[in-house]
Design a protein around this ligand. Structure first.
Ligand code: NDP
Length: 329
């Protein structure tokens, strides 16, 4: 196969949304274990903004994005489970998903089940697999728990609300407006705290009749760290999985003893889908819930790839709900 010309987003320096440039790149023939995907939809994720600003670093220049869906256009010589023409998606890849055409390691790519659109798959793979490992691996929810989950109206958040409902778990969400709180409730949150106006710790104490929660899932980071610890039962688990408000830094471990022998973990998706077998098992569980309509994708915003900067502004200014996708013809 000859090289393919593709439009793609590149950054040459870290900074605001203005550093995102739409350029034309050459995509080489796939290596042995790669597939070439002509993409139909791309998922926007908060992690993309961390790579843009330099909070997370890769050698410059580089592309952006980890999540996408499309049609296999070519396969490397060693690829066994995919063929040309397959409808596929991935949620964990070397960054560079913001592109019309790209090569991805085949062991990070799954076939999209019948009945799931490209857009839905691009909105589900990173965010849905994240909820899979948070709820089924990091702290394996049994269905009897009451839990706290921050930013419940966001991309990961709305899937978490639905997954909790499917498990029978009472999810207390947080959100920054009445509209977002209502959306999280529609999607299965048991209760939602408007953390722009209400005291999270006091409300969690009220809602749990003083018991607090065994696990907090916190993707907000800096702004919610302390309140999250105060919502935990003795020996509870703080799952700090993101930095939407900035990273948690300078923690004195003694605080975990003082607040009741707490546990803390800082997980990432890559560890949990490190092999094709792990990815396949996690995706099967996710798409099983989608097939039963227990998880329905909420795409709150759509952008053209050329408007990636505007999409980043909307996400970081808290103007989005649910998933955001870039759509391609
Ligand atoms: P969201 O769609 O949830 O957007 C982030 C939300 O965070 C906002 O909508 C906003 O909701 C809330 N927020 C609180 N404070 C701020 C702030 N200062 N600036 C911006 N937003 C703020 O994003 P994603 O679903 O893509 O990701 C959610 C979190 O999960 C992120 O931190 C992300 O990095 C993390 N993540 C981690 C993974 C992992 O494996 N570790 C994998 C996937 C995501 P509101 O207005 O209601 O406060």
């Amino acid at each position: 196969m000859l090289e393919i010309q593709s439009k793609a987003i590149r950054i040459e320096e870290h900074g605001g949304p203005e550093v995102l440039q739409l350029v034309t790149v050459s995509v080489p023939a796939p290596q042995g274990n790669e597939v070439t995907i002509r993409q139909k939809a791309i998922g926007l994720n908060f992690i993309d903004t961390y790579f843009r600003t330099g909070l997370y670093k890769q050698p410059l220049p580089h592309g952006l994005g980890s999540e996408g869906a499309g049609v296999v256009e070519a396969v490397g010589a060693d690829v066994r489970h995919l063929k040309v023409g397959d409808r596929v998606a991935y949620g964990q890849s070397p960054i560079g998903a913001y592109a019309e055409v790209r090569n991805v390691p085949a062991d990070q790519v799954v076939k999209i089940p019948r009945g799931v659109s490209f857009e839905e798959a691009a909105a589900l793979m990173l965010k849905g697999l994240t909820v899979q490992y948070l709820f089924r691996q990091t702290y394996r929810l049994q269905g009897t728990e009451t839990i706290l989950f921050h930013a419940a109206a966001g991309g990961v958040g709305l899937i978490a609300c639905q997954w909790a409902r499917a498990l029978g778990v009472k999810l207390i969400g947080t959100a920054s407006s009445p509209e977002k709180a209502a959306l999280a409730k529609e999607n299965g949150a048991w209760e939602v705290i408007d953390y722009s106006r209400e005291n999270v710790v006091e409300r969690v104490l009220e809602l749990t009749k003083g018991k607090k929660v065994p696990v907090v899932y916190d993707g907000v980071g800096k702004d919610t760290w302390l309140a999250s610890l105060d919502c935990l039962q003795p020996r509870g688990l703080m799952v700090s999985f993101g930095n939407a408000s900035g990273p948690v830094e300078g923690v004195n471990l003694g605080i975990l003893a003082a607040k009741g022998s707490l546990y803390v973990t800082r997980p990432k998706l890559g560890t949990h889908v490190a092999t094709y077998a792990k990815l396949k098992a996690a995706a099967a569980e996710l798409f099983g819930l989608v097939a039963k309509k227990q998880i329905q994708v909420h795409i709150g915003q759509r952008f053209a790839l050329a408007d990636a900067g505007a999409a980043h502004v909307a996400l970081t200014n808290r103007k989005t709900t649910g998933a955001t996708v870039f759509t391609l013809d």
